[in-house]
Design a protein around this ligand. Sequence first.
Ligand SMILES: [Zn+2]
Length: 302
Amino acid sequence: MVVPGFVPAVALAPERAVEDGYTRQRGTLESEPGLHVPFWLLIPAGTGPWPLALTPHGHTHHGADQYAGLPRSPEDARKIARKRKDLAVQAVRRGYACIAPATRGFAPLAPAGPAEFTDDQTCLRQLTYCNLRGRTPLGERIWDLRLLLDWALGTLDLDGTVLAAGHSGGGFLAMLLAAVDTRVGLAVNNCAFAPFIDGDGQVTLCPCNAIPGILEWGGIAEICALIAPRPFLALGGVGDRHDVASMHRLAEQVRQSYRATGAVERFAFFEGQNGCRVYREEIWDFIARQRAAEGRQCLQTS
Ligand SMILES: [Zn+2]
């Protein structure tokens, strides 16, 4: 990923859309030579400093648009409303400066190739390209997120709090980002909290989440232990494809890590009853509690 002589760069569009209580601006990160990662930057009305929210999305084409509350069709609008997927809007309305980037593997960053194999799951095409180059899709995605964090921390008027939060595959990315980057102070994994292999031997995560050899080192519980003692909320939806008993076992393992660091109250697992959706109230209540414990405020907005 590191290319000698190449310096990643961010460009912001000159136009800014003014919405109720915030502004929205397009941005682009050139994270590798010729690879431009688009993102939305949402900034609260008024002056900073603000906490920062980084909200990666999961297995959805144009997922950053959904997070920013920008449906591409009436059906898309219904899905955003039903699943409460406007995560970036939720963040900015609670006072966060928010970056909602595109995730590699999905439009507008879906790799090209013949349709007959993987046109409906373009992340598998990314996985193939990565295998050929000795990379992983997760590595590429985390690379982009860390560069955006570099840029935000050096450019925006921030108060020092960094939240990483995502839904589904985006939740998995938020969790991994927090594990490898201690600049992330709070993490939320909504509906992708599952072991690599669940209790009955099934792999419920998409193949694009594979890390060669990871089980020689540990599983998701060990990855989450790297987040402790920083606040971490994991959520799972009953009716989603992940096994509920496995999620509870995993949560208990993670809880043990937090207990060992003397911060058991900073980890929570929530079992939602409405399947795969953003559990908005539980997420923002948890974050507000953790911020309050640090002596910081969080706006509560429905
Ligand atoms: Zn995938």
